[in-house]
Design a protein around this ligand. Structure first.
Ligand SMILES: [Ca+2]
Ligand SMILES: [Ca+2]
Length: 371
């Protein structure tokens, strides 16, 4: 989970130079650079913001498994499948493909909620005894709280496209049995309308490098949403990765445990589930995508504004971000205070934190003669 960070931050650099990142610094330090070459380097940096794309591929027709919130007379049931990110990313969109009842229309979908989970034992109580054959390689007990996005609170929007009629050879809907013998062989073939659900996260979901489960849930006006399986191992045009885990399922009677759909319930598969994620890399892991981040190399855990800049990056001890040196200590403290006020006004820090930051700037010798 450790993220490689730009260690150039403490060097007295201008914002233009800061944008170059390590590549630009290496080039600049080995030879004199003209303004023209500098422009080329800037262009090179600005196109280096990388797209993040993950996909398990199209449905393979092997199984369809329930994923719905609770509603009167219906118990919440969740299906989850995994993905991996090798560096911090900001995920803007997801798609997933499932079965709606035949005759359903896009308006049949009342709401969509998406959760992300660490792999067990992340976010899990390891002192209790699981009531399933194993929890190894399962999603955690509970979701990553600040990564949840829900149509009902406006943190995601969704669009539904009905593709065609579709049949899956097997299904898991109600047969989710706690204990050491969860085998049912599944509940048989199901047919319906294949639907691709596209969700846009607002705000996007920022995740550090790691291994996660994706769990979408769909509320229908009538009937159930069954998430369709995808090939395992993943094949092109999907994006294969080493360590791909099978899909898991639970309902509120089984929670916080999960069962392996293939290995535990049907003795088939194991399965993946059909979904994709898209977004952008986030080099410094501050939650602001590279293309929108004016301050690369923000240290871990630092509060940043919408441009990915920390107060320390806006008002560096070493001199104004616009270049040169502080006229005096007072100019430095004033710049910090100005930035802290802006962060406070945007709700990024508390009044207490703002006061502390300004007090610390006052006690520093940044901007003092000889500094
Ligand atoms: Ca998987
Ligand atoms: Ca960033």
């Amino acid at each position: 989970m450790t993220i490689e960070r730009n260690k150039m931050k403490t060097i007295n650099e201008t914002p233009a130079l800061r944008r170059l990142g390590p590549f630009g610094w290496a080039a600049l330090s080995t030879k004199k650079t003209t303004a023209g070459a500098l422009t080329l380097l800037l262009l090179a940096f600005q196109t280096s913001a990388a797209t993040f794309l993950f996909s398990t591929g199209d449905p393979d027709g092997k199984i369809a498994t329930l994923s719905r919130p609770s509603s009167p007379g219906k118990i919440q049931t969740e299906t989850a499948d995994d993905f991996m990110v090798t560096q911090a990313v900001v995920i803007a969109q997801a798609t997933f493909t499932g079965l709606l009842p035949s005759g359903a229309v896009p308006a049949s979908v009342g709401n969509v909620e998406v959760e992300f989970y660490h792999v067990f034992p992340g976010d899990s109580n390891t002192n209790r005894t699981p009531n399933v054959p194993t929890r190894a390689n399962s999603p955690g007990d509970v979701e990553i709280e600040d990564a949840t996005r829900d149509g009902s609170d406006g943190s995601l929007s969704f669009a539904v496209m009905i593709v065609t009629s579709f049949t899956a050879s097997n299904s898991v809907v109600n047969g989710i049995i706690p204990g050491s013998a969860p085998f049912t062989s599944g509940e048989g073939a199901v047919s319906g309308a294949e639907a691709v659900v596209t969700v846009t996260f607002n705000p996007p979901v920022a995740l550090p490098a790691g291994h996660y489960f994706f769990r979408p849930e769909v509320q229908l006006s009538s009937g159930d949403f069954l998430w369709l399986s995808a090939p395992r191992p993943i094949v092109a045009p999907g994006t294969p990765f080493t360590g791909d885990l099978q899909s898991w399922i639970r309902n509120d009677a089984l929670a916080p445990d999960w069962l392996r759909i293939g290995t535990d319930i049907t003795h088939q598969g194991p399965f993946n589930a059909a979904f994709s994620l898209s977004g952008e890399t986030d080099e410094d892991g501050d939650g602001v995508a590279d293309s929108a981040d004016l301050c690369p190399g923000t240290p871990a855990g630092t509060v940043v504004d919408a441009s990915g800049c920390s107060i320390d990056q806006i008002a560096p001890c070493s001199g104004p971000a616009s270049g040169g040196t502080w006229k005096n200590h007072g100019q430095y403290v004033s710049s910090v205070a100005h930035a802290a006020e802006a962060f406070l006004a945007q709700g990024l820090i508390s009044a207490e934190q703002a006061e502390k930051i300004v007090a610390e700037a006052g006690q520093s010798n940044c901007g003092s003669t000889g500094k």
